[in-house]
Ligand binder design. Structure first.
Ligand SMILES: Nc1ncnc2c1ncn2[C@@H]1O[C@H](COP(=O)(O)OP(=O)(O)OP(=O)(O)O)[C@@H](O)[C@H]1O
Ligand SMILES: [Mg+2]
Length: 323
């Protein structure tokens, strides 16, 4: 069997907080704090957690859009952790990102054709104009837009259509791996399903691998083969999608899941309301960072940090009491 497409080992991203007249580092935002994760070819891994827990930072660090503080990233077996921008450029063909807000990630002064064509130019692909146009039009049809849209500007489209343009732009260079950073959260609910379906069709047709970031556990359930739940910079649970939804092993995942309305009364779980807000990643709580909000917390939880360990085959949780 082929090795994993992506292997992240103990990855951290700490942002320095500068203060005082000498702009010294007075603290660290531990946005990503020791994440290990393996993603296989053709797989979708969902990444969920509350706002500020480090999902986007993790996604961007994996793609080297920001430089990780420590740890390593292996893509197709190559350790790209220390690669600079120039060395990453050819790799970018393989690794793309789709953003939450298509309006702000598309330059309003460029036509759809230029926006998508830019990706070819950067990568030195399809230098011939006619060839480029044919490819752009093919991409537009693939994402459900019309070839004549090539000469229009982003503001002439609806939110859902703009996200389709964003997707076409990512696909232009034939990537194998795409980080989807909340690609549907800014869209009307009625449009969200269409974009999810498009992403799933593209995955099937083009053999794509996704890291799919979302708040919405429901969206991730249908998309994902496996799901990673993040809390304050750490993965606290990682399991097959079915396993995680049927039997969440971490109290945090249980709380998140209990907040998802279930139309089936037999499957409805008692709502677990978490105490307080997510603590700051600047001074995360000692031991298990979830302990101040955890309904199961014991004295030990404030002292000992639980490792992410296998509690059932293929099901990992970072809780002293899981399994
Ligand atoms: N460039 C930066 N400089 C300093 N702190 C940052 C920077 N980028 C992110 N952070 C901080 O890192 C933490 C994680 O942010 P991140 O955007 O990764 O979270 P997220 O899970 O994607 O949240 P959301 O669901 O709101 O998108 C937050 O506390 C955020 O304020
Ligand atoms: Mg984010």
């Amino acid at each position: 069997m082929a090795g994993p497409l992506l292997e992240i080992r103990n990855l951290t991203k700490h942002f320095p907080i500068k203060g005082g007249v000498f702009a010294r580092t007075v603290g660290l935002v531990k946005a990503v704090d020791g994440v290990s994760l393996t993603i296989h070819e053709g797989e979708t891994v969902g990444l969920v957690g509350e706002s500020g827990c480090g999902k986007s930072t993790l996604g961007r660090a994996i793609l080297k859009l920001i430089q990780p503080t420590s740890g390593s990233i292996l893509f197709q077996g190559q350790d790209i952790t220390a690669w600079d921008a120039a060395r990453m450029r050819p790799m970018r063909r393989n690794m793309q990102i789709i953003f939450q807000d298509p309006a702000s990630s598309l330059n309003p002064r460029m036509t759809v054709g230029d926006l998508i064509g830019e990706a070819f130019v950067i990568q030195g692909m399809a230098p011939d104009r006619a060839e480029r146009e044919a490819k752009i039009q093919e991409l537009l049809s693939r994402v459900g837009l019309r070839p004549e849209h090539i000469n229009r500007y982003p503001h002439e489209f609806s939110g859902g259509q703009r996200q389709r343009i964003g997707i076409a732009r990512s696909l232009a260079v034939h990537p194998g791996f795409i980080v989807c950073d909340e690609p549907i959260s800014a869209l009307d609910v009625s449009i969200q399903g269409q974009i999810l379906n498009l992403l799933m069709d593209l995955q099937r047709d083009l053999g794509l691998t996704y890291l799919f970031i979302a708040h919405d556990l429901k969206a991730v359930e249908h998309m994902s083969d496996r799901v990673a739940v993040m809390y304050l910079g750490k993965v606290v649970e990682l399991a097959g999608s079915d396993d995680l939804y049927r039997e969440p092993a971490h109290p945090y995942s249980r709380a998140l899941l209990s907040a998802v309305p279930n139309p089936d009364p037999a499957q409805r779980k008692e709502r677990i309301v978490l105490k307080g807000d997510v603590p700051s990643p600047i001074n995360p709580p000692s031991g298990c960072a979830f302990h101040p909000r955890c309904p199961m917390a014991q004295e030990r939880c404030s002292r000992e940090t639980p490792e992410l360990r296998e509690v059932k085959p293929g099901h990992h949780a970072a809780c002293h009491f899981a399994g």
